[in-house]
Ligand binder design. Sequence first.
Ligand code: GDP
Ligand code: MG
Length: 388
Amino acid sequence: PKTAYVRTKPHLNIGTMGHVDHGKTTLTAAITKVLSDRGTGTYVPFDRIDRAPEEAARGITINISHVEYETDTRHYAHVDMPGHADYIKNMVTGAAQLDGAILVVSALDGIMPQTAEHVLLARQVGVDHIVVAINKADAGDDELTDLVELEVRELLTANGYGGDAAPVVRVSGLRALEGDPRWTASVEALLDAVDTYVPMPVRYTDAPFLLSVENVLTITGRGTVVTGAVERGTVRVGDRVMVLGADQETVVTGLETFGKPMESAEAGDNVALLLRGMPRDAVRRGHVVAAPGSVVPSRRFTARVYVLSAREGGRTTPLTSGYRPQFYIRTADVVGDVDLGEVAVARPGDTVDLTVELGRDIPLEAGLGFAIREGGRTVGAGTVTELL
Ligand code: GDP
Ligand code: MG
């Protein structure tokens, strides 16, 4: 029998973001190593984070890896996202749940396009606290690193993060992984900064249960399991739930977090739900599991959207009514028609109010964040303002 999950510390969701090759995965592995040496975590080597072999073996597309660890005061689920072009999609879907982020910037390269893009999107999807890890400090020179730090603080300030107050910690994930005492201490300092700078968020545990499905797996002999982060409410083994998208009501017959069974899960937890009698093919990423009757899916809404500039990786040409991109909302990926009304055009760099009609009904509500993508890149980020 597996050991049950015991909730002894507040749980938070964090993640690494930043330009490809700046050391996000190395730092993630280093954090687990430093904490396992302290006795509050299990070491997860680089290869396991980067490839998530168990899930790859089941033929599921993995574009996000979770690790868990504890500091003295908190339990964390940490997501490390790959640095390719698909990054943003995962960040938007994963970041909807991020309570804080570790922005990894190489001391050797400084701010690169994806560094800026991730900070912008973090702001758009409501990540309120960013701690900076200037990584590869073992290989950088001090004066250059000072410049990188200045540059990062400016970037944060430009995006509404208060760059002067943000903790900036110089680390070496690689040397900490090798057990070097100085750089091990640097990773501990980073974790202390996360512990103190990222506040415990308000959790809507009293609201009706809602979880957006990230992955679906089959456990031989047990049935269909969906994974994701609980957005709000609580769920217990035995609860009836509605799977929106599959449009099927079912019962939760098992609950786990990081392989440990649990009696009840609450807002903020990363969980796997075993669903009674749910056919594997009926449920997909992007479906929503919710308390029956608590949400009514819809497809028309108004939104305020920031259209990324070309410099931020966005379009070079304006949007017009009739534009039909993909909308990434929670974990769903849905086509939608854009109507700009009297505004008529939205240029890269503009913030506009527009109307969207999605290709299918999904649970929507005012305040919900989303990304707009076209041809594999992010061209906009927005927030639902009103359902129509
Ligand atoms: P990611 O794409 O941001 O996840 O970056 P990786 O963790 O895959 O690291 C990219 C490269 O940078 C690898 O070759 C790492 O060995 C190297 N690297 C990562 N962290 C450090 C560090 O602290 N110091 C040095 N010198 N190299 C590092
Ligand atoms: Mg990586």
